[in-house]
Design a protein around this ligand. Structure first.
Ligand code: AHR
Length: 365
């Protein structure tokens, strides 16, 4: 072989060798990085992970979607959980079936957001017999034996309703409105704690305010479509006789406002001049936009961000600690008018936050 050819070959081989070294070193780095990344995203092996069976109500409202996002993020695999999530599509029989499946799967914890309050005794007894702790959140349950679940965390739905009604009293007084007030109550899913509490608060307020009357009442199942359908029927029957719509969540308020506008009515605060005042609950992003516009007069928050609250409970239990049996979460209230800044409910002051676009943009849901 000619010297020059050999040199060329050697040089070529050396270059090839270098290239291969660089390539494999690079690959090594890539492999190492991928493993490190993996370690970063999940420091928990599959055996370490707690298996959680979570039975969600459905996907009926903006609030519900925010709540689902919150629990899914908190119980992610990277956080050390194996989440078995079940959407019950607003049917209690689906929740009962899901819980029985969680029991068969031998999950470590069952987390339940119950559609309605009653009908849980048998299935929760089965969970207890299987030694699986049950945590209830958002809506509550009525059971004969309170030991069937470890704890409940959620909203004081009756207080939410009381705050909404006291705000309405203050608003009417501030405007000097003395006329009879005819109210259409757009109820949530009948038998759900959120419906029971909010409807009960309205009934009490009607007893206290002698010129208030509930002239129409029906369930819109917490959805926009049903809210619109029910409100259309109410308007067909009562038309302009309705002064106030008490929508027991934001989605039904959207449906009600659509129904009003379709018939040429105006959602607003000028009751004396024929506008229909809408009260709502949840304070979701879209609900607050409508509140800023004045189409919803006051919006009482129902906070859906349960993920971190639930992981905290499970952390405590895993460490052998004890948790409160009942925990009510703090919630806010909003309006697009500035002059009712505080209201008195149950002998204590509650702030009513005057809305701004910045405030809405800063919210998580
Ligand atoms: O249980 C919480 C209620 O259920 C919220 O007010 C509503 O939007 C949801 O569907």
């Amino acid at each position: 072989m000619k010297r020059q050819t050999l040199k060329t070959l050697l040089t070529g081989s050396a270059l090839l060798l270098c290239a291969l070294c660089v390539f494999f070193t690079g690959c090594g780095n890539i492999v190492a990085e991928t493993t490190e990344e993996k370690a970063e995203t999940s420091s928990h092996s599959d055996e370490d992970k707690l298996t959680i069976g979570l039975s969600q109500v459905g996907s009926e409202s903006d609030w519900r979607m925010a709540s689902t996002d919150s629990v899914k993020a908190a119980f992610s695999s990277a956080e050390g959980y194996n989440l078995i999530f079940d959407d019950a599509q607003q049917k209690q029989e689906n929740q009962l079936k899901a819980i029985r499946e969680f029991i068969d799967q031998g999950v470590d914890y069952i987390i339940l957001d119950p559609i309605v309050e009653t009908g849980w005794d048998s299935v929760l007894t089965e969970a207890r017999e299987a030694g699986i702790p049950v945590i209830v959140y958002d809506r509550g349950i009525e059971v004969d034996d309170e030991d069937l679940y470890v704890c409940w965390i959620g909203s004081d739905f009756k207080l939410e309703g009381e705050r909404a009604c006291v705000w309405l009293e203050e608003f009417l007084a501030s405007r000097g409105v003395n006329r009879n007030i005819n109210i259409a109550d757009l109820q949530g899913t009948l038998g759900a704690s959120a419906q029971i509490g909010r409807s009960a608060a309205l009934e009490e307020a009607v007893t206290l305010n002698k010129n208030w009357r509930i002239i129409a009442r029906d369930s819109g199942d917490f959805t926009t479509a049903k809210g619109k359908e029910v409100m259309t029927e109410m308007l067909n029957k009562h038309g302009r006789d309705i002064n106030v719509i008490y929508a027991e969540n934001d989605n039904m308020a959207y449906g009600a406002i659509e129904a009003l506008e379709k018939k040429g009515y105006t959602a607003g605060m000028d009751i004396e001049n024929g506008e229909i005042l809408v009260i709502s609950f949840d304070a979701t992003h879209n609900g607050l936009e409508l509140t800023l516009d004045g189409k919803i007069a006051a919006n009482t928050e129902c906070n859906p961000l349960y993920g971190p609250r639930l992981t905290e409970i499970i952390d405590t239990l895993e460490k052998g600690g004890s948790v409160e049996k009942v925990t009510y979460i703090d919630e806010e209230q909003f309006s697009g008018i500035s002059y009712i800044g505080t209201i008195q409910v149950r002998n204590r002051p509650y702030t009513v936050t005057y809305l701004t676009e910045d405030l809405i943009n800063d919210r998580q849901y």
